[in-house]
Design a binder for this molecule. Sequence first.
Ligand SMILES: [Fe+2]
Ligand SMILES: [Fe+2]
Length: 278
Amino acid sequence: MYVPEVFATLRDIAATCRTVHSVKRDLKGAKKVLRDRLAVHPKSSDMVLELLQKPTTGRGDMLALVQTDPALAAAVMRAANSVHLGYARQIGGIRQANVMLGETLVSGLVAGRVADRIFDKKPMDYPEWLWPHSIVMASTCAVLARRTAIRPDEAYTLGLLHDVGWLMAASNHHELSDHDRSHGRLGAEMLTRWNFPEMFVQAVHHHHATVDASVSPQARLLIAAHAFAAELGANGPEASVSVIEAMHIMHLDVRASTILNEIESEIVTQTSILEPAL
Ligand SMILES: [Fe+2]
Ligand SMILES: [Fe+2]
């Protein structure tokens, strides 16, 4: 190797070391201060309060609201996967969790999470892009999953919760210096503590990874979904592969415009519950 090439290689190694060091520092700092506390989006919160004031709470309405908010969905999923409730297997989808827990318990959990926000002395600034990004990603994952063996309920939930590490940091007023590399791992660590299925945890951990043979179908789904979310202008600061690469990753043989149309109508369906608040 020529001397300039050696220097270039050393520079690359040094840059990698700096990145690894900064990710480690992020995670170390985050672990010190972060609690398993996720903020509910103010609009979801208002809608929940409105729903709870009605004499009869329709089960469908509460579930529809849970499906639009990462913190509410995480609370329901955490309860469904709680070892203390003694269920034999782990749950990967919100709808399935809702059936398992029942209307009364889900409403109680949701009310508890919203009450936390009301009494919160130091409310967070919810990152503006994160809420729409989570909903668009959930809808996209559900649409893409219909062309795979992944269950749409699990895909939707994965899409809604994939950036839970970022939400946890923001909810605790913690600034991560290297979001791209830290938030997947941070989210995965939290979901492990909450007894989420391993495939769910791994997909969250690797949702910004480079696609190779070691990447699971669920992580591929998230990586591909970011391309369509970006196309719809809903990626915030997150990077993504191109739509063409995403089509290749998912082995899709339809037009990209067909997929985008399906995603848009899925978003309309999923967010119809929020219309009065939007
Ligand atoms: Fe994302
Ligand atoms: Fe992300």
